[in-house]
Design a protein around this ligand. Structure first.
Ligand SMILES: Nc1nc2c(c(=O)[nH]1)N[C@H]1C(S)=C(S)[C@@H](COP(=O)(O)O)O[C@H]1N2
Ligand SMILES: [Mo]
Length: 194
């Protein structure tokens, strides 16, 4: 019982628990034949932009993360275990300009999502490679997805290819289509009128 009460405290308002791992995205799933063409770009308000090859990116240090995730379509999934690359491991490669206040995450096919820089740099945010011990499937973002567990899961860009630092906040793909600019699940910031 205490376990159940504890779990209930971890479910934001309007959310329902799932044991599955639903797949949600706009557009088609990328299937990579040749990862030598894959790269990861860090650009915008940095002193010098960097491009990491697949081998360079995958050579960064990895660690384990545990978290709960909350999708705006009302499912939440508790107790996820991930292997991921800390955001700091990528940030060591660049020097931020002081004007950098927001981040745009760039995914395959031009899909984007925005968030404040503090949320991106949070210790709990990371570049996810494995979920519950298994390499990300193509549907869930292989080879790498952002994971920002304290915001609704649409901020966790699958098929991540780049990070852009910006001075002002700008809407990404879903944010241009009526989703909230920030997306705090505890405040039910689902749509732009919430
Ligand atoms: N590149 C990309 N990432 C994306 C999306 C998308 O359409 N494209 N959809 C987002 C949304 S709305 C959700 S709810 C989660 C779903 O992740 P999952 O399919 O692994 O559960 O991915 C997010 N990341
Ligand atoms: Mo979503």
């Amino acid at each position: 019982m205490s376990e159940l009460l504890h779990k209930a405290d971890r479910v934001p308002p309007g959310q329902t628990l799932t044991d599955g791992f639903p797949v949600l995205h706009y557009g088609s799933v990328p299937h990579y034949k040749d990862l030598s063409k894959w790269d990861f770009k860090v650009f915008g308000l940095v002193e010098e932009a960097v491009t990491l090859s697949y081998d360079e990116f995958m050579g960064l240090p990895k660690q384990e993360y545990k978290n709960d995730i909350h999708c705006v379509t009302t499912w939440s999934k508790l107790d996820n275990t991930w292997e991921g690359i800390p955001v700091s491991a990528v940030m060591e490669r660049v020097k931020l300009k002081p004007e950098a206040k927001y981040v745009m995450l760039h995914a395959e096919h031009g899909w984007t999502t925005n968030l404040p820089i503090e949320d991106f740099l949070a210790e709990t945010s990371f570049f996810g490679l494995k979920h519950n011990g298994v390499e990300l499937t193509p549907d869930h973002g292989y080879p790498v997805r952002m994971v920002v567990p304290h915001l609704y899961f649409w901020k966790s860009a699958k098929w991540l290819r780049g990070i852009e630092f910006m001075e002002r906040d700008k809407p990404g793909f879903w944010e241009m289509n009526g989703y909230h600019m920030y997306g705090n699940p505890w405040k039910e910031q689902r749509y732009d009128f919430d």
